[in-house]
Design a protein around this ligand. Structure first.
Ligand SMILES: [Zn+2]
Length: 289
């Protein structure tokens, strides 16, 4: 090979390598994410003006109002197109999204957020405890699961702050532990029959393999989980949803093409059982000395 071509080839290889490295620094998606995280699922109306627009397992929720829409959670980076397609399938416009929210700043709920924010110009509102992780794309996460594209934050929320759009009022509940700012949303929706109180809950699953006493970057982790479990047990609502569909057993409660049936998601029993199980996991975890 003549030296000029060889030089060019080496240069191209170097550039490709550098690009890859630059990418790896900002966004690193593990190869072995469960297939159901990115598998499609038919979008549907859950109750009133609340719709499911997520993947098979990574729950994303669209709340429509006369002043534009609210999107809660996004799934993996590659799922942005799927979420937009789901929104369109329901007859809404992704460009009408005004507010972006997340139940927790981990890549499986946040990684498409930056893309969707660029596309829509929507305002990202984040619970205070997750704000640094959202802004640095997961680099400062205590459990550093994996990174994602950083997202510009427009408003920092604190416990019981209200997110308003049109006639909708969402109350953000601080439920830390899973991440420092994981949170749930409580709000009312109506259909022709009645009004429903909806809880989109971030269930306090334990994500770290380390002992709680060995996490210097999150010394309050044990008391945060204890607080969250205590607070979540007190909540009352009609409909319960969560960050992962597996957590509230969406696929047992709903099949693609099912008729509108909000009652399928009225499952306080399932919620209580799930919290009981999480309480047990927490109690076992804090015994690790
Ligand atoms: Zn998570």
């Amino acid at each position: 090979m003549p030296t000029s071509i060889l030089k060019k080839a080496v240069l191209i290889a170097l550039i490709l390598f550098a690009c890859q490295f630059a990418n790896a620094q900002t966004v690193s998606v593990p190869e072995n994410t469960p297939p159901e995280w990115s598998a499609p699922y038919q979008p549907f109306r859950i109750v009133g003006n609340l719709y499911y627009v997520g993947t098979y397992d990574l729950a994303c929720y669209l709340i429509t109002t006369s002043e534009g829409n609210i999107l809660i959670n996004t799934g993996l980076a590659a799922s942005a197109d799927m979420i937009n397609k789901n929104i369109k399938t329901l007859g809404f416009k992704p460009a009408d999204t005004r507010i972006l929210l997340t139940t927790q700043a981990h890549f499986d709920h946040m990684a498409a957020m930056a893309t969707i924010q660029r596309l829509t110009g929507a305002k990202m509102m984040v619970n205070r405890g997750d704000s640094s992780v959202v802004a640095d794309g997961g680099k400062s996460d205590y459990a550093l699961i994996t990174t994602f594209e950083p997202v510009k934050i427009n408003r920092i929320l604190k416990n019981r702050d209200t997110v308003k759009l049109g006639t909708m009022r969402l109350v953000m509940l601080n439920h830390p532990g899973h991440t420092k700012g994981s949170c749930s949303f409580l709000f009312d929706v109506k259909d022709k029959q009645r009004s429903y109180r909806v809880l989109i809950a971030n269930m306090p699953t334990i994500v770290t393999g380390k002992k709680f006493s060995e996490i210097p970057s999150y010394t309050g982790i044990a008391s945060d989980y204890a607080y969250t479990l205590r607070e979540m047990k007190k909540l009352s609502f009609d409909i319960w949803l969560a960050s992962h569909t597996s957590q509230f057993e969406l696929h047992k409660k709903h099949k693609p093409g099912d008729k509108y049936n909000p009652k399928a998601f009225m499952d306080k029993k399932g919620y209580d059982a799930s919290l009981k199980d999480l309480q047990l996991q927490f109690s076992n975890k804090i015994k690790e000395k």
